[in-house]
Design a protein around this ligand. Structure first.
Ligand code: SF4
Length: 354
């Protein structure tokens, strides 16, 4: 930002002030009369010329997404926000509240190319990568929501919304550098989780670059055949290569890896499968998260019964793996990624402007 403003003759202090306005004060209206009173004339003049629309050619945009829909869950703990970007693409952002903390789940692509069969986003296909600012804008939106409610700000961030983060590696890393900036949103890197379906080159890059974020890898199958049936991307990055990349990541970073496992009744939820999963991960510092399936219209599978979830968890724990069952959040607001956008036409929505 400083370089950009310097090109137009502005001083570093103007960039610093604009940065604080955007990322601390959460200013999203650059109309004259709405600007902070201490903005100096050169910055006001610059904004007068540049704040309308976007200049992606110059590498920035001051566009703010509009809120196309917001659905709170019946228990009030989760709310799903459908944000419309400048080109009309819509992405989902979810705010989850836990005792004493708030977590944001953001999207990194409009649609997704990975095609996981049980996922509403995978069923809709890929539209485009989100730019860094469009990823950051989702976090800023939720911070504004929390501030308006006089709630504490976001503490955790998960990249588990629409899209495969490691398929949009560079933009995601730039966004995270902005989100973790101490003079801005200041979300600690250790409180950020990147969830991947197993993009091996991206995992290797994360390791080589020693990125300080948590890594969650979606497995869903303990053999190549089982996994490919649920995650077509597995044909491109086979399970053996994925586990090898995870070992390499763990060795280089010293970090524990979180493995995600969506439980589909009768497909991948037997204690025997759990034991094969434990054998596959032997030697990897792993924590396994079990996620009962979020049903979607385009997939015939059903969620595993609670007793079978318990048996699966027990088998993993007996094999020595810490294993938790993810609290199911926002089923009534279609909080599985892509579900709100896919269901939008069928629902009664609450349109609003940011
Ligand atoms: S689960 Fe994630 S990676 Fe798979 S299709 Fe859905 S958004 Fe893409």
């Amino acid at each position: 930002m400083a370089d950009l403003l310097a090109r137009d003759g502005l001083h570093f202090s103007h960039a610093r002030r604009l940065w604080r306005a955007l990322h601390r004060e959460l200013v999203n209206d650059f109309a004259e009369g709405k600007l902070p009173a201490d903005f100096l004339p050169p910055l006001v003049r610059w904004l007068r010329e540049h704040a309308r629309g976007s200049d992606t050619h110059a590498g920035y945009s001051l566009d703010v997404p509009t809120l196309a829909a917001e659905i709170p869950s019946a228990d009030g703990l989760t709310s799903k926000h459908l944000l419309r970007l400048a080109d009309g693409q819509e992405v989902e952002t979810v705010l989850m509240s836990y005792p004493g903390r708030y977590t944001a789940c953001v999207s990194t692509q409009a649609g997704c190319a990975m095609g996981c069969v049980f996922c509403a986003t995978g069923q809709m296909g890929f539209a485009r990568h989100l730019r860094p600012g469009e990823i950051v804008a989702q976090v800023l939106h939720l911070q504004r929501v929390l501030r308006a409610a006089r709630s504490p700000g976001l503490r955790n961030l998960v990249l588990m919304g629409m899209g495969e983060p490691l398929h949009n590696y560079d933009h995601v890393m730039t966004a995270l550098e902005i989100i973790t900036e101490q003079r801005g949103l200041n979300i600690g890197p250790g409180r950020i989780s990147i969830s991947t379906v197993g993009v091996v080159p991206g995992i290797l890059r994360l390791a080589e670059e020693r990125r300080p974020y948590n890594l969650a890898v979606s497995l869903h199958g303990a053999s190549e055949e089982e996994r490919s049936a649920l995650v077509p991307a597995s044909r491109r990055w086979p399970l053996a290569d994925l586990i090898e990349a995870c070992r390499h990541y763990a060795e280089l970073t010293g970090r524990r890896i979180f493995f995600e496992w969506t439980l589909v009744a009768g497909v991948n939820d037997s204690p025997d499968t759990a034991r094969r999963l434990a054998a596959l991960l032997r030697g990897v510092d792993a924590h396994i998260n079990l996620i009962p399936l979020n049903p979607t219209g385009g997939f015939g599978g059903s969620p595993t019964e609670e007793s079978a979830v318990d048996a699966f968890q027990l088998a993993l724990q007996e094999a020595g793996y810490p294993c938790t069952v993810r609290q199911r959040r926002g089923i009534d607001v279609a909080a599985g990624c892509g579900q709100l956008r896919a269901d939008k036409a069928k629902r009664t929505l609450t349109p609003a402007a940011l």
